[in-house]
Design a protein around this ligand. Structure first.
Ligand SMILES: [Zn+2]
Length: 431
């Protein structure tokens, strides 16, 4: 870790939460914070030069541009955070993580549902590392263990990204998945348990990937979720991609094996695609000894993963050429990948052929749109949450800059403010 080189400014984490029960409502007006930036990627594909971002409380209240004030007189003063020389952008959104998934005692894969003190601390650590890596919102897909972590962070009791969770997923098991009524009841049960979305496993693993739910079962699951006001994320390979799209589900995870026709159908229907470009499989391979445990993680499975990395990258190369296809940023971060979420950007751009600006947008405005939160996060604009990060470098010119997150503000609170040049370039490059 590089913590010795980083100056953390934990400015009043508790200040974000609602007033303490019983305390008088005598809060002073929120303090105004001014951020100076020479280069801002606004999250929607625009580059703003020489701006001041004005924050009050948890929100951005103004963006002051040179163009608007050519004489420079009206610039917001005084500057609280001078981020000139860095690249400023909205906090990133990771649409697919497993935030509570960790390695347990002895270093073996402990999964994501652990209830021991070790598992709870590991989950809190995952959240902290993810936030420090510039991810201010994540969608965890999911585990019941996500809920106390999500709620503790939302109350300002722990530092971490905003968390949305699916709680328990629908596991496709053919006929045994359930009758239409049972599937609908399962969706409602997740909503009652506090789910922000529904996760559905509609096919097997990457290597086999046959459908584990029928078209009708998928139709029912996504229809009931829609009725409950919840989005649906579907783990799908091959035929399941088209089936999930036809069922009106919101987003397809992974997607390997989908044909160009399937991808065009997704574009037509506005179904989001969330492919992975390397971080996930690299993590499994890197921590093979921790994960190896038949029948789920086998030697054959690990051998196949090596070949699947280029297959995923070729898949992304195809996907980026489909007009109108909305590709979001989800890393599928498991144990060993938390805090490394930005590494997949590098794969998507270098091996997947994604334009760097589109890569940033996939984790900003497009990611926010996919979450139904475009009016709250994903852009640097007045009225939105003050989720602001800064990179030591320009990701449009050198995508590895995404690993050098020097500044992290979430909801107006600064969690990281590294001294200029403090993050060594070599230490974070694994490629
Ligand atoms: Zn996953």
């Amino acid at each position: 870790m590089r913590s010795s080189e980083i100056i953390f400014t934990m400015v009043g984490i508790l200040g974000l939460s609602a007033p303490q029960q019983g305390s008088p409502q005598t809060l002073a007006p929120p303090k105004r914070i001014v951020i100076a930036a020479s280069t801002v990627l606004d999250g929607k594909g625009h580059v703003l030069r020489d701006t001041r971002i004005v924050v009050e409380g948890s929100k951005i209240v103004a963006i002051e541009l040179n163009a608007v004030h050519p004489n420079n007189d009206a610039k917001a003063e005084p500057v609280d955070y001078d981020l000139r020389g860095l690249t400023v952008l909205p906090g990133w959104i990771d649409a697919h993580v497993h935030i509570t998934w960790s390695f347990g005692p002895g270093g073996k894969n402990a999964g994501q549902g652990g209830t021991t003190p070790e598992a709870a601390y590991a989950a809190a650590s995952n959240a902290w590392l993810t936030l420090l890596a510039g991810f201010t919102t994540v969608q965890s897909v999911g585990s019941p263990a996500d809920i106390p972590l999500r709620d503790a962070i939302a109350k300002g009791l722990l530092p971490g990204p905003r968390i949305l969770t699916a709680v328990e997923p629908i596991m496709g098991r053919g006929e045994q998945t359930g009758t239409p009524d049972e599937i609908r009841a399962f969706v409602r049960k997740q909503k009652a348990a506090g789910a922000d979305l529904i996760k559905i496993y509609a096919s097997g693993g990457m290597t086999r990937g046959t459908m584990t739910m029928s078209q009708e079962q998928l139709n029912v699951a996504c229809d009931e979720a829609k009725k409950q006001g919840l989005r649906t994320l579907v783990h799908a390979f091959r035929d399941a991609v088209r089936a999930a799209t036809l069922a009106g589900c919101t987003q397809v995870e992974h997607g390997l094996g989908a044909s160009d026709d399937d991808l065009r159908l997704m574009a037509e229907r506005g179904t989001y695609l969330d492919p992975q470009a390397g971080l996930l499989l690299e993590t499994y391979l890197q921590y093979k000894d921790s994960y190896l445990a038949p029948p789920y993680y086998t030697e054959e499975g690990f051998a196949a993963m090596k070949e699947l990395i280029p297959a995923h990258q070729e898949f992304i190369q195809r996907a980026v050429r489909i007009p109108g296809l909305k590709i979001v940023y989800g890393t599928d971060a498991v144990a060993g990948a938390h805090g490394r979420n930005a590494e997949d950007f590098i794969h998507r751009v270098r091996e997947g052929g994604l334009d760097p600006m589109a890569a940033m947008g996939s984790a900003n405005s497009l990611g926010a749109e996919a979450l139904g939160m475009a009016d709250q996060i994903g852009s640097i604009a007045p009225g939105l949450q003050a989720d602001v990060i800064a990179l030591d470098g320009d990701p449009l010119k050198d995508i590895t800059a995404v690993l050098r997150v020097a500044f992290v503000m979430k909801g107006g609170v600064v969690y990281k403010n590294a001294a200029y040049g403090a993050i060594p370039v070599y230490a974070r490059i694994r490629h």
